[in-house]
Design a protein around this ligand. Structure first.
Ligand SMILES: [Zn+2]
Length: 398
């Protein structure tokens, strides 16, 4: 497990990835790109196309994708980090490194709520949020980008608190409902203050997750109007179908489906979003670490479940964990597009999958085999130690 400073990609680095079998864009409008080569300069995507048409001269690194599928690095929209790569929730070390081996390159905190002795007074809440933001900005466990510093709102906070948090660099609000504020009107006021000062918010949806957490029903979710309807499929206890349908129909906000939620409610949400032609609102998270632990393969498990049982093409399901989240969260990653961060996952059908191709195997409900993960143009892991072995893996040529 490597604990590393968030290094700036050094100038003059040129990465060429060639022989890509299938290129997934992360974009619902065109999920598959017709290209076999990606050129990266200084950590950003510089060109996408056919190898013979691109300038591949002077590469400092060359990767032969070996016919595998390249997708944007996966984004986990809902995690609860605490300190570096340790979580006290199940007393586990190295959980973020394990998720890297599940293809995750970016994680977004929904609140550092598992901090032992978590402060609940306003000054303590603010101090902890700023500390978490600073700590994860300075240190990326195994290279994974963890966007943290997500205070959970408590009664007594005033607009000045949100202004000063934003000024200090805090850009997120943790799950509304995990603190003392559980009523619609107060939540709505604080979410609005956060939004006014450039902070994005999320809200707990459904029954209590663990003792001490509580029910947040659709009326509170609609009143609060947070940017993300956090775990709309419950964490784990889901709302009744009629309430989930109301959230899909009456709110324009992101519909976040998590691994640590109710699977039937996840499928209900997906089908409702599809019926409403609003699949662009669907984003994925794990909600790990949680009572049900850490799932290093949580995001690809949800992708495979939604694609197979939810009857969605696999290339579309991958958009839920990449481009949709990136757009919703204003990230510079998540899409294969010139100028975006060079965060990639290389996948192939797992050995002996009934599916002949990666996309077919996921459509049949199998997990992909991950062969390599790249963050900001740097190789962070090769053949995954956690997924079933990929039939083919990329090779570092130079
Ligand atoms: Zn929650």
């Amino acid at each position: 497990m490597a604990h590393e400073e968030a290094a700036k990609p050094s100038a003059g680095v040129k990465l060429v990835i060639r022989n890509i079998g299938v290129l997934l864009s992360g974009d619902l409008q065109q999920p598959i790109l017709h290209a076999d080569t990606v050129v990266v300069k200084d950590g950003k995507i510089a060109a996408i196309g056919r190898e013979r048409e691109l300038d591949t001269e002077g590469a400092t690194r060359v990767i032969d994708a070996n016919g595998t599928t390249l997708a944007p690095g996966l984004i986990d929209s809902h995690v609860h980090p605490v300190a570096g790569d340790w979580t006290p929730r199940q007393n586990q070390i190295g959980w973020i490194d394990s998720c890297l081996h599940g293809g995750v390159t970016t994680m977004i905190s929904a609140g550092e709520v598992h901090m032992p002795g978590r402060p609940k007074d306003v000054v303590g809440v603010k101090a902890m949020a700023i500390t978490a933001q600073r700590a994860f900005a300075a240190l990326r466990p195994s290279g994974v980008k963890v966007l943290a510093g997500a205070p959970v709102i408590e009664h007594g906070m005033v607009e000045e608190d949100f202004r000063s948090l934003a000024e200090a660099g805090v850009r997120l609000l943790g799950e509304v409902g995990l603190g003392s504020v559980k009523d619609g009107p107060t939540a709505r006021q604080m979410v609005a203050w956060a939004r006014k000062h450039g902070m994005q918010s999320t809200i707990h949806t459904g029954g209590p997750s663990i003792p001490g957490s509580s029910l947040i029903d659709k009326d509170v979710v609609l009143a609060a109007d947070a940017d993300v309807i956090g775990h709309i499929n419950g964490g784990h206890t889901a709302l009744p179908d009629a309430q989930i349908r109301s959230l899909c129909e009456e709110s324009p906000r992101a519909l976040e489906i998590v691994h640590n939620g109710n699977e039937r409610a996840a499928l209900f949400t997906l089908r409702t979003a599809k019926e409403l032609k609003q699949l662009q609102r669907v984003i994925l998270g794990t909600d790990a670490p949680a009572g049900s632990g850490v799932q290093p393969l949580g995001i690809i498990r949800v992708v495979a479940a939604l694609s197979s049982i939810g009857e969605i093409p696999a290339e579309v399901a991958f958009c839920f964990a990449t481009g949709n989240t990136a757009r919703m969260r204003n990230l510079d990653s998540g899409l294969i597009e010139v100028g975006r961060a060079a965060d990639f996952v290389f996948m192939d059908a797992a050995q002996h999958s009934a599916g002949k191709t990666l996309l077919e195997s996921v459509r049949l409900g199998d997990l992909p085999g991950i062969g390599m993960v790249v963050i900001d143009g740097e190789v962070r892991s090769e053949r995954s130690r956690n997924t079933p072995p990929a039939a083919r893996v990329p090779r570092i040529v130079r």
